[in-house]
Design a protein. Structure first.
Length: 210
């Protein structure tokens, strides 16, 4: 697949959520909506009842929740392109993915830096995306630990066709290395949202990937 830059939305108020979404909606094709429950990740973000996006966009919901299954019905009602749940969350991961697939919603699995691929090897076949998380849970401005690219290589041994996402510290200095390392989808937060010209920042990343 062609690499995709997916601007992140990470907001604790409805007003900030709307500001961030409108900021990227004019140029993005796919967005990543980061949601935190205040337990698995803090601070708490806006809730699912506040989530929306323009229908022209593909929206991936990155769910940093301790108990994702408690929110499955709400997630399905929103009809996102994908829901990404953490390997470290309290949930039957394969069942969660199967319930999404029944509704023709893709399922992603995110792993924190300290979680080895071996911990998820037996369930990865149930997911459409593996997200390598290298950020700071609940905040923009993480750093991309390129050493985590080894997880991409490890995952691809038995799951050659799985989409690889990356969340954390993506910028114009490292996106080429990440792409060369096998990353397909780049969740980009601070580099775009905090830029003086968000569209220009997005286009800089797209140009590097061309």
């Amino acid at each position: 697949m062609n690499p995709v830059v997916s601007p992140s939305i990470l907001a604790t108020t409805d007003k900030d959520y709307a500001t961030q979404m409108h900021r990227v909606a004019e140029f993005a094709q796919r967005v990543q909506i980061d949601l935190m429950d205040g337990e698995f990740a803090s601070p708490a973000s806006v809730g699912l009842s506040s989530v929306w996006w323009p229908t022209i966009l593909k929206a991936d919901i990155h769910l940093m929740y301790q108990n994702p299954m408690d929110h499955l019905k709400e997630l399905i009602k929103l009809r996102p392109h994908m829901v990404i749940v953490h390997a470290e969350a309290h949930v039957h991961h394969m069942h969660f993915a199967a319930e999404l697939h029944k509704e023709e919603i893709l399922a992603g699995l995110a792993i924190l830096p300290e979680t080895p691929i071996e911990n998820i090897e037996q369930i990865l076949h149930s997911f459409d995306q593996l997200m390598i998380f290298s950020g700071n849970l609940g905040h923009f401005g993480g750093e991309a630990d390129l050493g985590l690219l080894k997880k991409v290589r490890q995952a691809k041994v038995h799951h050659a066709d799985i989409e690889i996402g990356w969340d954390g510290g993506v910028n114009d200095q490292n996106i080429k290395q990440l792409a060369d390392g096998g990353v397909d989808v780049f969740g980009v937060g601070g580099f775009i949202q905090k830029a003086d010209d968000s569209k220009k920042a997005y286009e800089e990343l797209e140009k590097i990937l061309d």
